[in-house]
Design a protein around this ligand. Structure first.
Ligand code: ADP
Ligand code: MG
Length: 151
């Protein structure tokens, strides 16, 4: 069993959980989303955006790689599924160390470029509309965040 996990029964519950993370997020936070196609990575990002006070609709940035939204803090939403060379420097670092919150779908594809401290979130399909959300924090800040989220 993962130390930090959360079960959701439908889309709304996943968004509500992600929204709480968005409310607690701080500048420079890096959140990695993993899970199969259709697991709910973009759905999670939509919820997180609500927590950041973003009113624009967030959709998949697959064809642009990075989309930026303005809220209480900026949200940098990346989907690196189509990045051909995971080691190629496409300027990710500026986002990771920027004034916003970065969310990366399929983050393992650019593993070499990810910051050491980050919060990985794996979304597992456990039924038609059920998901298990496993949180894997690296670094004190993220451990604390997970403790607050999963209690
Ligand atoms: P991904 O970005 O991982 O490919 P999406 O978020 O685009 O996935 O799609 C997930 C789909 O699954 C959405 O249509 C969403 O409404 C649906 N869904 C059903 N149940 C859930 C749940 N519990 N959590 C998240 N999404 C869910
Ligand atoms: Mg997606």
């Amino acid at each position: 069993m993962d130390q930090f996990q959360w079960y959701t029964k439908n889309t709304e519950e996943t968004m509500a959980f992600a929204k709480r993370l968005g409310e607690k997020a701080a500048a420079g936070d890096v959140i990695l989303l993993e899970g199969d196609l259709g697991a709910g990575k973009t759905t999670f990002t939509k919820g997180l955006a609500l927590g950041l006070g973003i009113e624009r609709n967030v959709n998949s940035p697959t064809f642009t790689i990075i989309k930026e939204y303005n809220g209480r803090l900026p949200l940098y939403h990346m989907d690196v599924y189509r990045v051909e060379d995971g080691e190629e420097d496409l300027g990710f670092d500026e986002y990771f160390h920027g004034q916003g919150v970065t969310v990366v779908e399929w983050a393992h594809l650019i593993e070499e470029q990810l910051p050491e401290e980050r919060l990985k979130i794996a979304i597992h399909y456990t039924g038609n509309e059920e998901r298990r959300i496993a949180l894997h924090p690296k670094g004190k800040r993220y451990v604390k965040l997970c403790e607050e989220l999963v209690k």
